[in-house]
Design a binder for this molecule. Structure first.
Ligand code: GLN
Length: 483
């Protein structure tokens, strides 16, 4: 069987009875069997429940009922997204043996439209990391070169899509965890505006940053899945009541290719010390091409580049230290044996959390402590506000901002941890969108000259302007990429 190119083609195949939902599910289960031991992308495979879903969807067809919008689309979910009665561990020992008591709203909406959930995917513990090495299940290998990292924290979700172990994955993005692994594995990764998609049923890392995002091999799949899972949810007060457009329809609009875009880029980015020359060269070439095509592409001053990673780590660790306080060994997962309650809390958390999570929880407590609150936490909030104002000003004049997704290419799994500063700073181009809540997408446009590994261009639009983002991405794919 040749897997469908995208959901559009899949629905056509289902309509023409080219295969059944059961056939397709078995196809992906076999691929998982063949590749997962090496890649380590899935941590749980839901063969029984997936096949059960597939049979029901096939019965639906036999009864000549109309097809659902995702009829039989095989989806994997990051191990941070709740799927009722299925394991949910956040790749952490502390959630060992925990089962989700309900299904995340975003996921439920996909299931209601016919999506089949094939399994849960490896990630950094609680989403904290960028190489999938902070996982109780071990690192994920990049399908395109198994000596290279998948990226993270949604490493399993990205590799599963890139290796065709499922059609689409749901990941989560707090500071780049959908876009960065998408960049490293040659696929699309989309982070919606903050509030566009419900966070109900998403294991919290930093609540004012977290969003569920989509990873796919095709822009159409991103657009369709996003429009289905977006929208107001009474279970999440930060979800937006704004109308959700049909993003997938944007891809067929006639006028897409005649519009002249106004695009901004940050002047400071191309002098960034860790930006690899090959990435710089390719993105600058794209800027030139866009100009040749008659668009306005301008450098805008951006004085915050040195601040965004530090304030991201101050604010997210502060929020994490509060969110992760609930893992006390009483209500969820792992419980250490101890003689007193206090000892039980301490031992459970000491044994249950991995090193990176503990480091961040301590940092979070530190920046919130009365002595340091003003200097770190509150000051970071002020800078976040300045960033927000600067961003609003930019979008008053421009349609989109472009930049690389990641300053370096997928590094080796072994021996990477040498330069810790460089490691944290590799998030520099992705955390910005989460700090200001705008939608952002990595599109797989480029290849590194020296090793042929893929990398992406990141594009962003104003908050809740996902339609324009999809439209602009489509334009770039159809026009710029062809040059
Ligand atoms: N690498 C970033 C971090 O470790 C982003 C993680 C994420 O988006 N979940 O915080």
């Amino acid at each position: 069987m040749i897997p469908p190119k995208n959901i559009l083609e899949h629905i056509r195949h289902i309509q023409n009875r080219a295969y059944t939902c059961v056939d397709l599910t078995i196809y992906y289960l076999e691929r998982i069997k063949e590749h997962n031991q090496q890649l380590n992308a899935f941590v749980q495979v839901y063969a029984d429940s997936a096949l059960q879903q597939a049979r029901e969807l096939d019965d639906h067809i036999k009864q000549n009922k109309p097809l659902k919008r995702l009829h039989g689309v095989v989806i994997g979910i990051k191990d941070l997204i709740a799927y009722q009665k299925h394991p949910l561990t956040a790749a952490s020992k502390i959630l060992e043996g925990h089962y989700a008591p309900f299904t995340a709203t975003a996921l439920q909406k996909l299931i209601d439209e016919g999506a089949i959930i094939i399994g849960s995917q490896n990630c950094d513990e609680f989403g904290m990391g960028n190489s999938n090495r902070n996982s109780i299940y071990g690192p994920v290998k990049n399908f395109l070169d198994q000596t290279k990292t998948s990226g993270g924290s949604s490493g399993g979700s990205a590799v599963a899509v890139s290796a065709q172990l499922c059609m689409v994955s749901l990941g989560t993005d707090t500071g780049g965890s959908v876009r960065q692994p998408a960049d490293f594995t040659g696929i699309y990764g989309f982070k919606p505006s903050y509030g566009r998609v419900s966070r109900y049923g998403l294991v919290a890392y930093a609540s004012s940053f977290d969003q569920i995002g989509v990873l796919a091999n095709d822009l159409y799949d991103i657009a369709l899945v996003l429009e289905i899972m977006a929208g107001r949810d009474p279970h999440d007060d930060t979800s937006s009541p704004l109308v959700v457009d049909s993003y997938s329809k944007e891809l067929t609009l006639e006028n897409t290719h005649t519009k002249k875009y106004k695009i901004a880029y940050f002047d400071s980015i191309f002098n960034y010390k860790y930006l690899e020359s090959g990435i710089k060269k390719n993105v600058l070439e794209t800027i030139d091409t866009l100009r040749t095509l008659g668009h306005t592409v301008e450098a805008v001053p951006f004085d915050y580049l040195d601040y965004i990673v530090p304030i991201y780590y101050i604010l997210t660790t502060a929020e994490a230290s509060s969110n992760l306080a609930r893992y006390d060994g009483i209500r969820f997962g792992y419980r250490a044996t101890a003689n007193t309650l206090k000892e039980q809390y301490t031992k459970t958390r000491t044994e249950g959390f991995g090193w990176e999570v503990k480091k961040r929880l301590m940092l979070g407590k530190f920046v919130l402590s009365s002595q340091y609150l003003d200097n770190y936490y509150l000051r970071s909030l002020k800078i976040r506000q300045l960033l927000l104002t600067a961003t609003t000003d930019i979008f008053a004049q421009y349609d989109a901002i472009i930049m690389p997704t990641v300053p370096m290419h997928a590094w080796d799994i072994e021996g990477h941890k040498k330069n810790i500063e460089q490691d944290y700073l590799s998030d520099i181009f992705t955390v910005y969108a989460n700090l200001v809540g705008i939608p952002a997408m990595s599109i797989p446009l480029y290849r590194h000259k020296e090793n042929n590994m893929p990398f992406g261009l990141q594009i962003m639009t104003a908050s809740f302007n996902e339609s324009l983002l999809v439209q602009f991405a489509n334009y770039i794919l159809k026009t710029v990429q062809k040059q």
